[in-house]
Design a binder for this molecule. Structure first.
Ligand SMILES: [Zn+2]
Ligand SMILES: [Zn+2]
Length: 297
């Protein structure tokens, strides 16, 4: 699918706009989104520069260290949550960046602070390179992995459908390079489980799911789950009306799914980052996210 440069550039504007919107609408996510907004400026600048420089895949990590890392580091120290900043200053050595970034691209285990810095700095470069970045990551391609770089799905979303009766296509979006690819609807994005008895969909109470073919487990999050002073939503006015948790009992993982048909203003990567109460709820159910997002949730 060809994507015009203007449409791609617009992604950053969309992310910034949505982060601002949700920051006001979802007070529990204000800190995360305030920081994300500051980081977006550094990431967009890195993306624009990389679009001009077009580093060769073999040079991406060293390029990122020299051209991108300083600004990402600076934005994080200036605007990041104190715990992250403290870890960054105490536990992370800039000299280790290249080996950390390589480990991240290979899908190896990393400390949260290492995963954060690798991802925050390398992903805008991968996004700028598009399919050319595909040569970088290791591991399988396609299906439950990004067809371009082999990354795992950060999130899932349903495209808005122009025809009411048409079932919207489901997509997964890559944790590393933001590529999206089509994926079967009621199938675990981590292990491929498709037996409905093993799959659990959680939505906020009051969200209609009729006709979507999902086995729905509804529950109103208790005030304690919300992690904020925000008032509990009125019936029918769920804050996460366009979101759900897609859980799998076979591999005990979950992914958050954003329904763009349910909210045309949503930007999946931003909404996923901000829906902290859904993450808390999924964890209470004994599920872990397929891969933590940029902010570690
Ligand atoms: Zn990817
Ligand atoms: Zn599974």
């Amino acid at each position: 699918m060809a994507i015009s440069a203007a449409a791609v550039a617009n992604r950053w504007t969309q992310r910034r706009r949505r982060a601002q919107e949700l920051r006001e609408a979802w007070p529990f996510s204000a800190e995360v989104l305030g920081f994300y907004g500051a980081l977006l400026d550094a990431q967009e600048a890195a993306w624009s520069q990389a679009r001009m420089d077009v580093p060769a895949p073999a040079d991406v990590i060293s390029y990122t260290r020299v051209r991108v890392l300083p600004a990402i580091f600076e934005a994080t120290v200036r605007s990041g949550p104190s715990k992250l900043v403290q870890s960054l200053l105490e536990r992370y050595e800039v000299a280790d960046f290249e080996s950390i970034a390589k480990a991240w691209l290979d899908g190896n285990e990393l400390l949260p602070v290492e995963r954060y810095i690798a991802r925050a700095a390398v992903s805008p470069v991968l996004e700028a390179l598009g399919t050319a970045a595909g040569a970088l990551g290791s591991g399988p391609r396609g299906g439950r992995h990004c067809p371009s770089c082999g990354g795992r799905p950060q999130l899932s979303y349903f495209a808005a459908s122009s025809e009411e009766l048409l079932t919207p296509q489901r997509y997964l979006e890559c944790e590393r390079c933001a590529t999206s690819w089509p994926y079967t609807r009621m199938t675990c994005a981590a292990c491929g489980e498709s037996r409905s008895m093993q799959l659990a969909v959680f939505t906020e109470e009051g969200v209609a799911q009729a006709g979507r073919g999902a086995r729905v487990v509804r529950r109103q999050p208790a005030a304690a789950d919300l992690g904020s002073e925000a008032a509990a939503p009125e019936p029918g006015s769920a804050r996460f009306a366009h979101m759900r948790i897609d859980g799998c009992r076979s591999c005990s993982t979950y992914v958050l799914t954003v329904d763009l048909g349910g909210n045309g203003r949503a930007v999946p990567v931003v909404d996923e980052l901000a829906a902290l109460p859904l993450d808390l709820y999924a964890k209470e159910q004994g599920l872990r996210k397929i891969t933590p997002n940029l902010m570690g949730f």
